[in-house]
Structure formats: C-alpha cells, structure tokens
Design a protein around this ligand. Structure first.
Ligand code: MF3
Ligand code: CO
Length: 255
C-alpha cells in the first residue's frame, strides 16, 4: 500500500521538507577546502536542531547497526551514507554529496545535492550536471496516472544515453511518517510498469550516478558505500508530492 497523504499530512510534509531544504542549503555553504566531514556533520546537526527538528539519519538502523552521523557526507568515490570523519578533509577539485533527512512533528523530509569544490575535472563536472538533470527528468514524470517505472525509465534513459552508470543497489522511495515507505523507486526500469501514481503520494526521487562502472561496495564501517572502481559518483534528491497536475517539489526553496 502506498500512503496517500491527507491535507493535514501534506501541510506537515511541507514544514519538514522546508527545514530539510534549509539545512541542506546552509550545509552547502560550509563546504570548502580544509573543512573536515565531521565538522560539516556537526554543523548539520546544529542547523537541524535549532529548527526544532531531529536528524532522521542519526541512529537509523539497518539490522543491528545504527547510523552514527546526523547527515550523510559522501566525497568523490563515496556514493552515499558517508560518515563524518575528522580525517576526511575536503580539497579543491572534490565533489561532495550532502544528504539531509529530517524529522519534525511525525513527518520526514529527504533531500540531497552534490557540490563541486572549486574547479573540478571536466568529466566530473559533467557527472554532477547529468545527475542533477536526471533528477529533473524523473520529477517531470511524477504525475498522477503515470507509473513508478516511468520515473525509473526517464532517469535511466537520461543517464545511460550520456554514457554514465546508474547505481542499482540503492533506490528512491516513498516518504512520510517513515523515511522509507512504498513504493521503491529504482533509477532504472521499464516505462508503463510498477504502481500507478496518485495525488497525495510523496516520493523521494534520488538518482545515484557513477562516472565509471555501476558497481558499488560497502566499506568495513558497515555504512559508507563507495564505487568499486574508485571513480567518482554523484547524488541528487528531492521530496516530491504528486498532485492533480504539476508535481510539487517540497524540498525546493522558493526565492
Ligand atoms: N536519502 C537516504 C535514503 O533515502 C538517506 C539515508 S540516511 C541513513 O536512504 F543514514 F539513515 F541511512
Ligand atoms: Co532518500
């Protein structure tokens, strides 16, 4: 069952998604050469908590493991779930994926973005651009009457036609009272397949794209996902509400 949010739930989703977006924007401004990812994560924690929210990542459980950080900060070959570390110091030329998932008044907002630190290699620059554009390609079909597979297919086609690789082991998801609700939203798939989208569904759409091969592995810390070949990866994510007409991007900050 895919939850359909009531009007009241949608209002709560708007509040928490706005907080998630504000924290992500604040965190983005802190990324600079010489800064370590532990300090960035602690900054994220403060920004979340001073808005009266809590991190949905901190203590998030998979099996017997608990996620130790407050945000996910994944540098270069790290794909997702990077843990803040005093030893991981940001350098010019890096790409840094920031993922902020926040809980407030019983609802969750989820968003991510990859930042370029100064000048980056041309290939890496293009990787980041294509990943962001692929997110928009997916959002464009998050409309009532379409199917989950239409989103998956739009993202896959956008990325693979540009000779980049889709990560398959991690997927987008419904989001609301829990971080991960139905449906799963793979970043690859066939048009016209999967559950039908309806107004009131809230979806976290999140392409993860590799410059090299698609394969990933998990480091011995039990969390950090890296590319198997060591080439860089990028990740963008928005929480999107399916409506009667245009998709509403709940984690987009209005100017
Ligand atoms: N955007 C990620 C997801 O949907 C965030 C997970 S953070 C974790 O899975 F640390 F809690 F795993
Ligand atoms: Co997510």
């Amino acid at each position: 069952m895919i939850p359909i949010k009531t009007a009241e739930e949608v209002e709560r989703m708007k509040v928490v998604c706005r907080i998630a977006a504000e924290v992500l924007a604040a965190l983005e401004r802190e990324v600079a050469p010489g800064v370590n990812t532990y300090d960035l994560d602690q900054f994220a924690r403060r920004e979340i908590e001073r808005r009266g929210a809590i991190s949905a990542c901190h203590n998030y459980r998979i099996g017997s493991q608990r996620y130790p950080s407050y945000s996910c900060i994944s540098v270069n070959e790290e794909v997702v779930h990077g843990i803040g570390s005093l030893k991981r110091v940001i350098a010019e030329g890096d790409v840094v994926a920031l993922d902020v998932v926040v809980s407030h008044a019983g609802y969750i907002g989820d968003n991510a973005r990859t930042i370029r630190v100064g000048e980056v290699d041309r290939d890496v620059d293009r990787l980041v651009s294509v990943t962001e554009e692929a997110l928009w390609a997916g959002i464009a079909v998050a409309r009532s009457g379409k199917r989950v597979g239409d989103i998956s297919h739009a993202i896959q086609k956008y990325v693979e036609s540009r000779r980049l690789s889709i990560v398959r082991e991690f997927v987008g998801h419904g989001v609301g009272a829990s971080m991960h609700e139905e449906p799963q939203i793979p970043n690859f798939g066939r048009r016209g397949t999967g559950p039908k989208l309806r107004p009131g569904m809230a979806l976290a759409i999140e392409p993860m794209v590799n410059l090299g091969r698609p394969e990933v592995k998990v480091l011995s810390d039990g969390w950090t996902v890296v590319t198997s070949d060591g080439f860089p990866s990028a990740h963008f994510e928005h929480t999107v509400l399916v409506t009667e007409d245009e998709p509403e991007i709940l984690t987009l900050l209005k100017k």
